[in-house]
Unconditional design. Structure first.
Length: 255
């Protein structure tokens, strides 16, 4: 993939963020699904701030929207829907207990993912502690882009840590994510001393698939790195198909 294709990918990401801004906020937000909208217009007059209009790109004026949810109450097809809701640790645990028998029988547990769970570090810590009180195994998927204090405070309550590092090269990481990877690498070492940790590097053609990048990893694709860590999103795959995908798309560094 040439530099033009990489730039095009960046533009696509920015366009996606503008089209689906509800995916960028840590707060409950409003989701609009255009394919489900039948154009009845019932939502427009109930909006107290006039944030809904067919003339708006994406239908919802995000600068005006106060996320009150009034429009979702009258939408007959759920084209407008609240994305996310605030819950207490007790409320989350009440939901998790519905699967308690499965946790015990399978030896599995609870994985905090996201988004970025460390953006809500205090809540994550309390939830992880509550899970351990139930005897449940805990895991976390994170970028590791947090303060050292957060890592030391939260990670001791995680049994299995999966960190995603977009690139081993600091310059490549900064160019494609906007942040330096130094704190992430430092946090990986801190975390490795606190729990079982695995760092995963996605293989992005034209970005970090150079021989130097792969050689810098402990276990290059199609090498002797083994199967690596299972992603929660791939639970439906059998082992051979997972192995092929993992070797094609990622590098795993065991710490």
């Amino acid at each position: 993939m040439g530099s033009g294709c990489v730039s095009e990918a960046h533009e696509m990401f920015r366009a996606y963020a503008q089209l689906y801004p509800e995916s960028q906020s840590p707060e409950p937000d409003l989701f609009f699904r255009a394919s489900a909208c039948i154009g009845c217009g019932k939502c427009i007059p109930v909006c107290p701030v006039g944030a809904l209009s067919r003339d708006n790109p994406g239908f919802v004026d995000r600068a005006k929207c106060i996320r009150c949810g009034e429009c979702t109450k009258v939408c007959p097809t759920e084209a407008l829907k609240r994305a996310g809701r605030k819950m207490s640790v007790a409320e989350v645990m009440q939901e998790l207990r519905k699967d308690a028998i499965h946790y015990r029988r399978s030896g599995g547990g609870v994985t905090l993912s996201g988004g970025e769970p460390l953006m809500q570090a205090a809540f994550a810590k309390q939830l992880l502690m509550a899970c351990h009180e139930q005897g449940w195994n805990t895991a976390m998927e994170t970028t590791g882009c947090a303060t050292r204090e957060v890592i030391r405070e939260v990670i001791p309550h995680v049994d299995h840590l999966l960190m995603d590092l977009k690139s081993i090269d600091p310059a490549v990481h900064r160019q494609n994510t906007g942040v330096d990877n130094r704190i992430i690498l430092e946090n990986a070492l801190i975390a490795a001393a606190l729990t079982h940790a695995v760092v995963r590097v996605p293989v992005v053609p034209g970005v970090n698939d150079s021989p130097a990048a792969i050689t810098a990893a402990k276990y290059p694709p199609m090498g002797s790195r083994g199967i690596g860590a299972w992603r929660a999103s791939n639970y439906y795959q059998n082992e051979p198909s997972y192995r092929q995908q993992a070797n094609r798309e990622g590098i795993v560094i065991l710490l």
